[in-house]
Structure formats: C-alpha cells, structure tokens
Ligand binder design. Structure first.
Ligand code: C2E
Ligand code: CA
Ligand code: CA
Length: 760
C-alpha cells in the first residue's frame, strides 16, 4: 500500500523522530461526532423514505439524497476530525486525493442506500454489503489520510489499522440492520430506536476514525524541528464546515419530514377516497337489496312502484298505452307443501327466467311481488299485444321443469289492466289488474283476463259473501249437509257416505263449496265451518242409527288449515260423545297436500285421531306430490283416487294404467281404495276389474240432503240383481226432488229410478 502512503511498521524506524505530542482539539472532536450523528440520522431517515416512497422516481431521488448525506457527513466528519488533529508540524492536503476520498465515500453510501431499498434483504446480504461499505468508509479514511502532506512520514500500526476497518464494517452492519428494521415499524418506539441507532452509528463512525488515527505515527526525518502553530484557523474552518454540513443535513432531514407529511396526507386522502367509494358501494348494494328480490334477481314491489310511477308520468305527458299484468302460479302452494320450500324457491327461479325470457329485453319491467306473484309492465300500441305476451308466457310456462327429480308442468293465471282506459294512477291500475287476475283464477285458472268494470262488483260481492257466511255460521242458518253414497264393491252395498257442505243462500240459491270454502279459508272461518260440519255429521249419524242404518259410516272433509290445529282431536272426540256415536263410524278425509305441509306435526295429530277409533282417508290422491315414503308413515285406512284420473277412462289408457298402479300400491300398503267421480258403466267395470274397493260418483248418486237419502240408498242396494240402467237416466233421476221420511215405517219412494245398479 505504498502508493497510498500507508506504511505499516511493527516497530518505528531507528532514525528520525516520532512526533509524540499530537493532540486533538476536544471541541472539534465533539463537533465531528455531532456531524457523524447527524449524518447517521439523516441516512436512517432517508432509508425510511426510500422504504415508504411509492413511485420509483422518488425512491431513486431519496436514495441519492441519502447517499449524499451519508457520504457528505462521513467525509465532513473526517475533515473536521483532521482539523481537530493538532501536530507541531505544518500539514497540507492534496485536493485531488481529498476529492477522490469523497468519491469513495459516495460509492459506499450509494451501495448502503441501494441495499436498504431492497424489499427484504437477508442477514447475509446485510453482512456482505456491510463488508463492502466498511471497506469503502475505511478506504475513504485512509485515502483522506494519504492526502495529508507534511514533512513527517506516516506509519500505521497494523493491529489498530485492522481494528479500524472492523469497526467500519461493524458500524455499517449495525446501520444497515437498524435501518432495515426501522422501515417496518412506526410510532414512538421506532423513533426512540432511531435516536439510539443514530448515537451508536455516530460513535461507530467516529471510533473508526480515531482508531485509524491511533494507528498513525508521524515520524520526522532527523534534524527537522517541529514548530508549534496557532490552531485558531483550524478551529474556525472546522466549525464552518460542521455548520455547513449540519445545515445541509438539516435541510435534507426537513425535506424528508415534509415529504413524509405530504405522503401521509396523500395516504389519508386516498383512504378517505377509498372509504367514500366503499360507502358508495354499500349504498348501492343497499339500494339493490331494497329494490330487488334476492331470490329471482327481479325488482321487487318497491322497485316496481318507482319505475311504474316514472313510466306512468312519461306516458301521461307523451301519450301512449301501458299494460300492467299480474301473474299468479297455479297451485304453487302444493309444491311448497309437498316438496318443501327449497324446491319451491328453485321453481320460482326457473319461472322468473321463463317470464323474463318471454318479454322484450329492457323495455318491459318484470317484478316479483312476493310468494308466487309476479307483475309485468309493458308499453304497447294495442291490447292485442298484451294478450299475445300473456299467451307467450303461458306457453313458455308449460315447458316441463325438472325439480327434485320430478318433471312438472306449471300453469299460470294472468290478469291485465290497461292505461289509460282502466285507470290513470298506479294504485288503480294495480288494483284492477289484481281483480282481473282474481277472475282468471275464479274461471278455473290457467287463463288470461282483462279488467272490466263489472269485476269491481265481483270483488264487493266476495266481501259481502264473507260477511254473510260469518252470519250464517253464527246463526247456524242456511248451511246444510248433503251426502253422497260410497258403494262397496265387495258387499254390493252403500257402506259409507261423504258429507259435502252446501249453503242455501237467500239471494244466490244453493251454493256449492267451491264458492265459499276459499272465502272461509282466507278469512279465518274454516275451523268454525268444518266444526259445524263435524257436529252436524255426528248428529246425522245418530239420526241414521235411530232409523236402522247403524252400520253406515260418514266421511267428512277437513281443510288443510284445520290440520294445523292441535285441538282438532279433542273437538272430534267431543262431537262424537255428545251425539253418542261410535268413533268407528266417522272417517276423516284430508287431501294429500294437507298431509305433506307439516308432516311432523300432522303425524302427531293424525295418530291422536286414529287412536280415538276414527279412520283416516287421503283425498284427491294423485293431484299432489306426496311420496310413498310419507304415505307409509301415515296412519291411513283409505285412499281416494282423484276424479281427474277417471275422467277420460276408458279413452285414456295411460290413466287406466295409473289407476291400476295406484290400486296395487294402496293394497300393498294395506289401504282400501275409493274411486270418486265415477260417471259411466265402463269406468265402473274397469274399476271392478282392477280390484277397486269402493265407488263414488254420479253413476250411483249425486250428493243429496239427509231427508232424501233413504230411497237413494235403497235404490242402490236393491238394484243389485236388476238390469243395468242407462246412467243418463240416473243423472236425471237423482236431481228430481224427493221428500224422504227417514222413519222406517214410511214406505220408501222410488225416487224416479234415481240410481242405477252397478253391474257386478
Ligand atoms: P271432494 O272432497 O273431492 O268432494 C267430491 C266432489 O266431487 C264433490 O263436490 C262432489 O259433489 C263431486 N262429485 C262426486 N261425484 C262426482 C261425479 O261423478 N262427477 C263430478 N263431476 N263430480 C262429482 P262438491 O260437493 O262441490 O265439493 C267440492 C269440494 O269442496 C270437495 O271436494 C271438498 O274438497 C270441499 N268440501 C266439500 N264439503 C266440505 C266440507 O264440509 N269441509 C271442507 N273443508 N271442504 C269441503
Ligand atoms: Ca272429499
Ligand atoms: Ca276428492
């Protein structure tokens, strides 16, 4: 290292004289330490900035500022320390070499800052870089020393020289490690760590310098007399350099601070923006939830009303026609009751898609109002367009839908009102579409009806009927029971009667149950109504016994709604007891879907009723969706095949196969089979061949009041061996009013050949 002017000696040369009284100005040493600390602080600060800066440009800038601060700081520290160095000889510095030492400092500092900008440097990486930086700092120091020109020669003690390099490496490692960690944290703890690290680093840098200085021995050639110089100029220069360096470092630190504040502000602003946009999204999804139906993704009633109001005001000013269409899925409740609500939901989704697929893209509005009720709003030129759309929807609806492993075909009832002819306000048009829908349902469902002003009267008629039914129940006035014989094929006798309610209305005449059962069900009157039928049927059973018919059973119908009432079993028991009738003579008829509604609770109730001795019959079998697994669990005695399967026999061979299968299945489950709605001899013969147990239908008799029953029964039972009669005569015959005295003494009138003998 001769070229650097570094001469290492184990022992000093014999010739020459060692300058022993080299001292350091304590004030300048302190100032140098201060500068070293300030440089360390600035570097740590810049490293933090580099870590936090977001765009690469500003990262690069802070890296350079950091490198300059560190290099400038170390270099100034070195320079001030050299000024603090007091020797009795005159010392000059070579400018070129001094500047070169600054370049070395700058390179080492840049390397330090570069390592610190790595995302997550490893410990080994820190260590390798620390060695290079340490060597760089030491290099700067010793190159700086080589710039020293004086009469004396510089000799270095190797141990202290090595130690100074080690200190440089150690300090660099500490600086890198602390700075790397500072980047992660924040807050007071971080700040304290930074201050402590600053002091340690400053101490490291300065120790390196003074260890290097301790290794130095200046030897004057013999005969050269050292002279004492005044040091005031060194002190002034040192202080000036320190002042300038500190000023520069201070500015850099302030700039970093300002940048940090600015960045924090920017981050705050971004956070606020993000929060605002999140808030906006939340508001939008709230609005979506408020105006949309979650199941089908169609708009809901609320959303529809808004759009409707907008469209209506637009049409009112610009002119044009609008149609409001109400849709109701026919017998949807059956799906929910028998297959469960999940299947019901699935079905609604498919139906919503069908409806959406039938309308014209975005122009028409499709909404779900809840349950199985949908509403469509369309702009149109004439009413035929509305009819066409309704028919398109009805056609689409008839496409089979796969659900819970079954294929089903749904139908829909539609009611339409038109703007402006049927109303000018939203409320009016909706109400009128609803009335039209009501009429569609009343007309047997699966149809379209336009609103007409007469419908208004119908709605008020319903209201009036409800009031009158309430009154009829309260006063026990007008309601009556008709009985329809159920013929047992095995014995060739009528062994059961089905009690069917009628209402003799003062104005509308004799009303059948389909006119008022729904009104009773919808207005909380059904329990009372069924109870009345129960009590009356029990009384009539007593009456029949008194007239010698004590082996006749009566089947009475119970609404599904009634099966949800726990007190039903007690009511049945009370009715039987007060009429003094054996429970075995009563049979309860419940529809398939009523059973499937709430199977667990229904099972408990049915078992209680069975325990009384009352038998159970499943009505309208085949129209619902009950599964065999459930049927097996129910305490049933009888299964009634629905009339719809008999209707087209003998034409419909598929229906014949179904009926035969039902009979076989019922027998396997030890159930007796009643087939209702038997109107023709062919049907009768087919059922007899198929092993059906009971027959009910107009072929035998229509339902008749109790006082007309006796001749009808006798007719059926007596005709066992007579010739078959044309069923047409029968149908006519049963209608002829026959007064009947149930007294056994009175001769039975022949009721105008009112019944036909079933062919056996
Ligand atoms: P349901 O229980 O299926 O009763 C059989 C219906 O079919 C009766 O109608 C009966 O008159 C009719 N019917 C019987 N044989 C024939 C036939 O050969 N051809 C045709 N076309 N029809 C036949 P109804 O009396 O009008 O009763 C209708 C429904 O009203 C009943 O159907 C039942 O569900 C309900 N219902 C009747 N009485 C009561 C009651 O007291 N309480 C309750 N909750 N519902 C009742
Ligand atoms: Ca029935
Ligand atoms: Ca039935």
């Amino acid at each position: 290292m001769e070229w650097l002017g570094l001469q290492f000696v184990a022992e000093l040369p014999e010739s020459g004289q060692v300058i022993l009284n080299c001292t350091h100005n304590p004030l300048l040493v302190l100032v140098a330490y201060l500068v070293a600390c300030a440089a360390s602080f600035a570097t740590l600060d810049m490293a933090e900035r580099v870590g936090h800066a977001e765009d690469p440009g500003s990262r690069r800038l802070w890296r350079w500022i950091g490198a300059t601060c560190l290099a400038g700081g170390i270099w100034a520290m070195h320079f001030i320390s050299m000024l603090a160095f007091q020797t009795p000889i005159d010392i000059q510095y070579d400018l070129a070499i001094t500047l070169f030492s600054l370049v070395i400092a700058l390179l080492a500092s840049w390397l330090a800052m570069h390592t610190l900008s790595e995302p997550q440097p490893s410990l080994l990486q820190y260590f390798k870089t620390a060695i290079v930086i340490g060597l760089g700092i030491a290099g700067m120091h010793y190159v700086g020393m080589a710039a020293m020109q004086s009469a004396a020669t510089a000799y270095y003690e190797p141990t202290l020289f090595g130690l100074s390099i080690l200190i440089a490496i150690g300090a660099s490692f500490a600086a890198l490690w602390v700075a790397g960690n500072l980047r992660e944290g924040s807050g007071l703890h971080n700040q304290m760590l930074k201050y402590v690290a600053t002091l340690i680093l400053g101490a490291g840098i300065i120790s390196m310098h003074f260890t290097g200085m301790a290794a130095l021995h200046l030897v004057l050639p013999e005969g050269n007399i050292p002279t004492l110089r005044a040091e005031t100029s060194h002190l002034q220069l040192g202080l000036t350099v320190a002042f300038i360096t500190l000023l520069i470092l201070g500015s850099a630190i302030s700039a970093a601070l300002a940048d940090k504040k600015l960045q924090n502000k920017e981050q705050d602003l971004r956070r606020v923006n993000m929060l605002l946009s999140q808030l906006d999204q939340a508001r939008m999804s709230l609005q979506q939830a408020a105006n949309y139906d979650a199941l089908t993704n169609l708009i809901n009633r609320r959303g529809f009303n808004q759009l409707f109001a907008e469209k209506l005001s637009q049409k009112s000013t610009e002119g044009g026609m609008l149609a409001v269409m109400f849709l109701d899925i026919d017998h949807f409740k059956r799906i929910n009751d028998s297959l469960g609500h999940d299947a019901g939901d699935e079905l609604l989704k498919v139906i919503a898609q069908h409806i959406k697929g039938s309308v014209r893209g975005h122009e028409d509005v499709v909404a779900r109002f809840g349950g199985d009720e949908f509403c469509i709003l369309i702009g149109l030129r004439d009413r035929e367009e509305a009819r066409n759309l309704a028919q398109r929807i009805m056609l689409k609806m008839k496409e089979p839908i796969e659900l819970a492993g079954r294929r089903m075909v749904m139908t829909t009832s539609i009611g339409i009102s038109l703007f402006p002819e049927d109303g000018t306000t939203c409320e009016e048009l909706l109400k009128h579409a609803d009335l039209a829908l009501y009429q569609s349902k009343g007309a047997g469902r699966n149809g379209v009806h336009f609103f007409d002003s007469n419908l208004k009267n119908r709605a008020s008629l319903e209201l009036q009927l409800e009031e009158e039914l309430r009154h009829a129940l309260r006063e026990e006035n007008g309601l009556m029971l008709y009985y329809q014989p159920i013929f047992e094929l095995k014995t060739g006798k009528v062994t059961k009667l089905e009690a069917l309610i009628r209402w003799q209305h003062p104005l509308h005449g004799l009303l059948t149950p389909d006119r008022f059962i729904a009104i009773a069900e919808n207005n909380g009157l059904i329990a009372e109504l069924d109870n009345w039928v129960l009590r009356k049927a029990c009384e009539d059973l007593g009456e029949l016994s008194r007239h010698g018919c004590d082996d006749l059973k009566i089947a009475w119908n119970c609404s599904p709604l009634n099966l949800a009432r726990e007190e039903l079993a007690n009511e049945i028991e009370r009715a039987l007891r007060s009429a003094g009738v054996a429970p075995e003579r009563l049979e309860l008829e419940v529809t398939e879907n009523a059973l499937m509604g709430n199977i667990a609770n229904t099972l408990v109730l049915l078992r209680q009723i069975r325990a009384l001795g009352v038998s159970l019959s499943i009505d309208d079998f085949g129209t619902g969706y009950s599964s065999l697994a459930y049927l097996k669990r129910l305490p049933l005695n009888t299964l009634k095949v629905d009339r719809s399967f008999i209707l087209d026999i003998p034409k419909a061979t598929a229906d014949m196969e179904i009926v035969q299968a039902i009979i076989v299945m019922a027998h396997t489950l030890h159930l007796q089979v009643v087939t209702e709605g038997v109107e023709s001899l062919e049907q009768y013969e087919f059922l007899e061949r198929s092993g059906c147990d009971f027959i009910q239908g107009y072929l035998l008799s229509r339902p008749v009041p109790l006082h007309e029953l006796r001749p009808v029964l006798e007719e059926i039972n007596q005709r066992k061996h007579a010739h078959p009669v044309n069923p047409l005569t029968l149908a006519r015959g049963t209608f002829s009013p026959v007064s009947m005295d149930l007294s056994p003494k009175s001769p039975a009138p022949h009721a105008g050949a009112s019944v036909v003998r079933p062919i056996r």
